[in-house]
Design a protein around this ligand. Structure first.
Ligand code: DQA
Length: 157
């Protein structure tokens, strides 16, 4: 099983970026903890970060064409609230995707209350800081152990 983790714009700045909102954990530390959790459950992880919308679209298309990626954990960051292109790429990919956010976007400014991308995802986890990513990984781990024959996590409850 292979999970692709996609971090959107400004997530590379975690650690120094608005720590009161996003905490002090860096993106590399998040990736490392996902790697450890996944590998303990036979799940391989790969990572991608971009500040550029089209590069994220390209990465999703590439993952879909490769047929090697079974699931995606994505924090589209600001593109959550604006990107029809990322939403369409996720919908076209048919890869089971979980959207995550460090902050609870529903407690913040109104423009963050709407996610354009979440409706094409299996679900959304937000508000738990870096743990949001680990909770998403746990959902994939659970699905993997509940249904060992599933190759695409489509049975994810
Ligand atoms: C975020 C929330 C978004 O509204 C914001 O633009 C981000 C980070 C989060 O993880 O809490 O860049 O996705």
């Amino acid at each position: 099983m292979q999970i692709l983790v996609i971090h959107g714009p400004n997530i590379n700045l975690l650690g120094s970026r608005e720590p009161d909102t996003y905490g002090s954990v860096t993106m590399d530390e998040i990736n490392k903890s996902l790697e450890e959790l996944g590998s303990a459950h036979n799940i391989q992880t790969s990572y991608f970060q971009s500040n550029i919308e089209g590069e994220i679209v390209n990465k999703i298309q590439e993952a879909s064409l490769s047929k090697e990626i079974n699931g995606i954990i994505i924090n589209p960051a600001a593109y959550t609230h604006t990107s029809v292109a990322i939403r369409d790429a996720l919908a076209a990919s048919k890869i089971t995707t979980i959207e995550v956010h460090l902050s609870n976007v529903y407690k913040r400014e109104e423009f963050r209350h709407k996610s354009i991308t979440a409706p094409v995802c299996k679900g959304q986890i937000c508000g738990f800081g870096a743990t949001s990513y680990l909770l998403a990984m746990h959902a994939f781990i659970d699905a993997n152990s509940n249904d060992k024959d599933s190759k695409d996590f489509s049975s994810l409850a």
